[in-house]
Design a protein around this ligand. Structure first.
Ligand code: 0O2
Length: 278
């Protein structure tokens, strides 16, 4: 058998994981920057350690030179959602993407494993560019709720501690906890729209405040300092009212003032540009 240079073998997997994290995080950003609720809450990823690869190959009787063909989770990305309903939304997003091709899906949400494990798994082909050209990499994407992730993280650590032979009394507690997680996710789903509204308005609030402060900062450079100080005092007064409609109104008025100053300062700068162009 050829000598296996693990660092070289794993480099494209590392690239795939890092690229996919950026792409899924960008989806969060796209949703939030448009004021939309993001079905993705967090994204993490990892390349399996060599020890874990060797363990799994041994357990599944996979010859070392077939590892890359037969192990599908050397590269793993985990997408965490707030609500069970979000999982299917993320699955749809992945199905629509053209930069990953689905090899297979496993629904451990509706078909919980005997251990109590719940998660949605999608194995995809994903292409990375390396010095040798394009390489198609298999990546396992696990999609689950925050609560499911909490359970599986704890259970995974216990599996590691007890070398997969978790004592019965602990197994029983884990089963109880898995049932509690189902109830917790169901309870959260029943107040999903209220929670989403609360989060959306909190994001909207932060965006309006950021816009106002940005306008004040810009005005500070071009407007009369006393007028800007008055605007800032007015902002703090309205902020304390804790009323989003008042903040929106103030932000709109400030936009008009800022636009007025911008309009005043444009002719000279445009003239500068025109002169430079001549
Ligand atoms: P690690 O350490 O997380 O990498 P397959 O050949 O694909 O049919 P496989 O790989 O066992 O067989 O597929 P499966 O069952 O879909 O599991 C893939 C991964 O899901 C596991 O990878 C775990 O990360 C997770 N998983 C599956 N079952 C359980 C479970 O009962 N508890 C926990 N905590 N996680 C689970 P690895 O390589 O086993 O582990």
């Amino acid at each position: 058998m050829e000598i296996q240079l693990w660092r070289e073998i794993l480099t494209p997997y590392d690239l795939a994981v890092r690229e996919l994290i950026v792409k899924f995080e960008h989806l969060i950003y796209e949703h939030r920057s448009r004021g939309l609720y993001s079905p993705i809450e967090q994204v993490t990823g990892r390349v399996k350690t060599v020890a874990s690869i060797l363990d799994k190959a041994q357990k599944k009787n996979i010859p070392l030179d077939e590892i890359e063909d037969r192990l599908v989770d050397i590269a793993g990305v985990r997408i965490i959602c707030q609500f069970v309903e979000d999982i299917q939304k993320v699955v749809e997003i992945i199905r629509r993407r053209t930069d990953m091709e689905i090899i297979r899906e496993r629904d451990y949400i509706n078909h919980m494993k005997d251990s109590g494990y719940r998660s949605y798994h999608i194995i995809v082909w994903y292409e990375v560019q390396t010095l040798e050209g394009g390489r198609r990499i298999k990546v396992e994407i696990q999609i689950r709720t925050l609560a499911m992730n909490f359970w599986s993280t704890i259970e995974h650590s216990l599996q590691y501690k007890y070398k997969k032979n978790i004592p019965d009394h602990i197994r029983e507690k884990l089963t109880n906890a898995a049932n509690a997680i189902i109830s917790l996710d169901n309870e959260m789903s029943s107040v999903r729209s209220e929670i989403m509204d609360a989060q959306n308005s909190s994001q909207l609030h932060s965006r309006i405040v950021a816009d106002i402060l940005n306008n004040i900062q810009n005005l500070y450079r071009i407007a009369n300092k006393r007028e800007v100080a008055k605007i800032q005092d007015e902002f703090y007064r309205i902020y304390e009212l804790n009323d989003i409609d008042q903040l929106k109104r103030f932000s709109g008025e400030l936009d008009v003032i800022a636009e007025g100053y911008r309009a005043q300062s444009v002719p000279s700068s445009e003239a500068d540009v025109d002169m430079q162009g001549d």
